[in-house]
Design a protein around this ligand. Structure first.
Ligand code: ADP
Length: 397
């Protein structure tokens, strides 16, 4: 157990081919004292890397990581040589889906993991890995409290009309509804916005989380009222490898006329669509921007991405009845002036006017001084959000 009021919280974010892990010391300050990744799970060249607070490398080693079990074993074997149960206070997990039952961060109990097992089909790319990480902590650090922080929680206050899907009512009762994701990122951005621009945070805000996965949220008076993703993280706008929204008839066509199985469809819409599907060469916008002059398919993928993003900003602004702030975040949102410029080009009718020099330099405010909509670039920090929630729940126990 930590001394005094200092809590040491380990956060775990278990993705499909990597596991990110950080150690926070939460007291008066909130310091990330360690950050690590296990990468290339299931691929050649599995890799464990940890950095200390100053960015110094503590370990950088290659491992055979055929699956998540092997990755978690490697991760915890390394962690256990450094940190005992007594040194740590709790572990916080990012959990993609909380279903209808979990609308806020919760201490992990048998009942909670059973619920996650029941809804595994709603997020088959994420939940199985997250459950494995929870079990690995149980095994290696049986004394520690574990907390689940759900990516769906932020959106659970959306009006019912935004959560409903126009299908027979019985499916709503089974939990077939629009949940939305990236909630920890939205929560962090909103919390920061309250600190730096409280009036804006209380207004009409669209947050565009554009990373490997992409979604947007419409926030009114601090409450998420609409979002682009739906029942699963495959919905909404096109992404690196996911299609985003599809006419349901397309799936029927592929199932019935093309004899595709559900698992090949799953692979098609989650791994082979979006930027990689359209360009045929990469899911990374950096590659596509480099290739667009010589590769028409790469150029078209970039154009479609920006077009779709612009279309969704328009739809969300209509839900909000106007716009006070537009925030770009995540890998693409914070690093690519070119993509931001192309998304915003055509949104002048909404009051979005970029300042080219500010945009080019990734400034924190990239709109013109006199423009009615403040356009911001903000770095997100989902891990810190997990550490905060975990610390708070630990205090409540
Ligand atoms: P994740 O969703 O896995 O957390 P990130 O938010 O870190 O991912 O976003 C990663 C993505 O950001 C990369 O796949 C890449 O497409 C994109 N990206 C990062 N930097 C740039 C850049 N300078 N220009 C365009 N895209 C970028």
């Amino acid at each position: 157990m930590s001394d005094g009021n200092l809590r040491r919280i380990l956060t775990i974010n278990s993705g499909s081919s990597s596991i990110k892990c950080s150690l926070y010391e939460m007291g008066e300050a909130e310091d990330r004292v360690l950050s690590g990744t296990v990468e290339r799970i299931g691929l050649h060249g599995g890799h464990l890397r940890f950095l200390d607070a100053a960015g110094r490398e503590l370990v950088d080693s290659l491992h055979d990581l055929p699956d998540h079990d092997a990755a978690l074993k490697t991760l915890f074997e390394w962690l256990k040589t450094r940190f005992s149960d007594r040194f740590l206070d709790a572990v916080g997990h990012r959990v993609v889906h909380g279903g209808t039952k979990y609308c806020q961060p919760s201490v992990i109990t048998e009942e909670l993991t059973e619920t996650l097992e029941e809804i595994i089909r709603l997020a088959p790319e994420h939940l199985p890995h997250e459950l494995k990480a929870i079990r690995a902590v149980e095994h290696h650090y049986p004394q520690l409290t574990q907390v689940a922080c759900f990516d769906t929680a932020f959106h659970r206050r959306m009006p019912e009309i935004a959560q409903r899907i126009p299908l027979p009512r019985s499916l709503w009762h089974e939990g077939v509804l629009r949940y939305g994701f990236h909630g920890l990122s939205y929560e962090y951005i909103l919390m920061k916005l309250r600190e730096i621009a409280p009036a804006e945070a209380e207004g009409r805000v669209i947050i565009a989380h554009l990373g490997n996965g992409c979604s947007m949220a419409a926030v009114q008076s601090g409450v998420g009222v609409e979002t682009t993703m739906g029942l699963t993280p495959a919905g909404g706008m096109m992404m690196g490898t996911r299609s985003g929204d599809l006419d349901p008839g397309i799936l029927l066509y592929l199932l019935q006329e093309k004899d595709r199985s559900p698992s090949t469809l799953d692979y098609l819409i989650n791994q082979r669509s979006g930027l990689i599907g359209v360009s045929g060469c990469s899911s990374d916008l950096r590659d596509l921007l480099r290739l667009e002059l010589s590769e028409p398919n790469a150029a078209q993928a970039v154009e479609m991405f920006c077009y779709q993003a612009r279309k969704f900003v328009g739809a969300l602004a209509a839900v909000l009845g106007g716009l006070d702030a537009l925030v770009f975040t995540a890998g693409i949102g914070t690093n690519s002036p070119e993509i931001r410029r192309r998304i915003c080009h055509g949104l002048e009718f909404l009051g979005v006017h970029l300042d080219p020099a500010r945009n080019e330099s990734n400034a924190s405010v990239i709109s013109r001084e006199e423009g009615p909509v403040t356009v911001r670039v903000m770095k997100t920090d989902e891990e810190l959000m997990i550490a905060r929630h975990t610390c708070k729940l630990l205090g409540d126990l």
